[in-house]
Design a protein around this ligand. Structure first.
Ligand SMILES: [Zn+2]
Length: 338
């Protein structure tokens, strides 16, 4: 098969690779219906994360089961399935507690920007739909594999309550879907921070009530102003930089909560500043698996349409252009069709 391989900064190639096969009896191999490029893939594309050797890329996927190992019982050949970027057994204590991204047997799923993908721990990882969905639902179902589940976790981790005032830091796909998630959880007011017109428009469609073009301290000041000096009840941090996390901490009211899902890069927190902020912090790699059944229902019933974050669709063989478009912020998120 031909698949995407990251060689280093700015160097993604589409080249011949061995097709994945069943290695463990708990594996499944799926034929990818659609995959995509993640904002977190850009850390490597931009050279911030070093690539030691050519690495197959992509961790967001949905598709049709092609083959299962002898121990797999919950999914079968021909079923349409979605899974998360962390394979999980869904049975250990961390999984039972809803933290499948910390599963005691977790494995990172990689190499999804390909026509075929091996998924470990298939029973615990994959959720099957009752039937193969119509093609117009595929982008929204694909979004559940990472960005939608991550946005949802940001909202839950920040304890978004009905009637709450919420601020979202970050206007990437996760930030935009965090806006959608906050509204689904009943937030009355959602303040999004973005200066990009197409992202502002999407934030409004997903339910943002206020859009701020400011950044950093200026954004904090504006959020304080909009909340009569109090700060937001919940802040959803979807970037992962020093500035974005500090912005989140400073715009949360005392007693409020922050859900942080941007992978931190070069972030150091000041203990005293954190102490006096009197906020709750919860975040990390989202336990997407926990949310899949509910989010699948919301998509299939037409209540949410997270697939709107894909503003560029390319055939998989143009994956390099997909990276360029996201790197240059010409695209919010690129969907790839094998
Ligand atoms: Zn587990």
């Amino acid at each position: 098969m031909r698949a995407a391989v990251m060689y280093g900064a700015g160097d993604v190639r589409f080249e011949e690779r061995p097709a994945p096969r069943i290695v463990q009896p708990t594996d499944a191999v799926i034929r990818i219906s659609a995959t995509c490029i993640c904002g977190s893939d850009l850390w490597s594309y931009r050279g911030i994360n070093q690539i030691k050797e050519p690495t197959p890329f992509g961790h967001e996927y949905c598709g049709v089961v092609e083959e299962v190992g002898s121990a797999v019982t919950s999914v079968k050949r021909g079923q349409f399935v979605i899974g998360s970027f962390f394979a999980s057994d869904n049975t250990c204590q961390h999984c039972q507690a809803g933290y499948q991204s910390s599963c005691q047997h977790r494995e990172l799923v990689g190499g999804a920007q390909a026509p075929l993908l091996r998924v470990p721990l298939a029973d615990g990882t994959l959720v099957a739909l009752p039937e193969v969905p119509p093609s117009e639902l595929i982008p929204s179902l694909l979004a559940l594999s990472d960005v939608m589940g991550t946005g949802w976790f940001a909202a839950e981790a920040a304890s978004v309550k009905p009637g709450a005032t919420v601020a979202v830091v970050g206007d990437g796909a996760v930030g935009l879907l965090a806006v959608l998630s906050a509204r689904q959880l009943g937030a009355a007011r959602v303040i999004a921070v973005s200066r990009n017109p197409s992202r502002q428009k999407l934030a409004r469609e997903f339910g943002a009530t206020d859009i701020l073009p400011e950044r950093g301290d200026e954004a904090v000041a504006r959020i304080k102003e909009l909340t009569k000096g109090i700060g937001a009840d919940s802040v959803l941090e979807c970037v992962g930089t020093q500035e974005s996390l500090m912005q989140a901490i400073q715009s949360t009211r005392p007693g409020g909560s922050i859900g942080y899902v941007g992978v931190p890069h070069g972030v150091a927190l000041d203990g005293q500043q954190l102490f006096y902020a009197l906020v709750r912090l919860h975040g990390g790699p989202a336990p997407v698996r926990r949310y899949l059944p509910n989010l699948i229902d919301l998509v299939v019933s037409g209540k949410i349409n997270p697939g709107k974050v894909f503003d560029l669709t390319l055939p998989l063989d143009q994956v390099a252009e997909g990276y360029r478009a996201m790197d240059q912020r010409r695209a919010i998120k690129t969907l790839l069709r094998p």
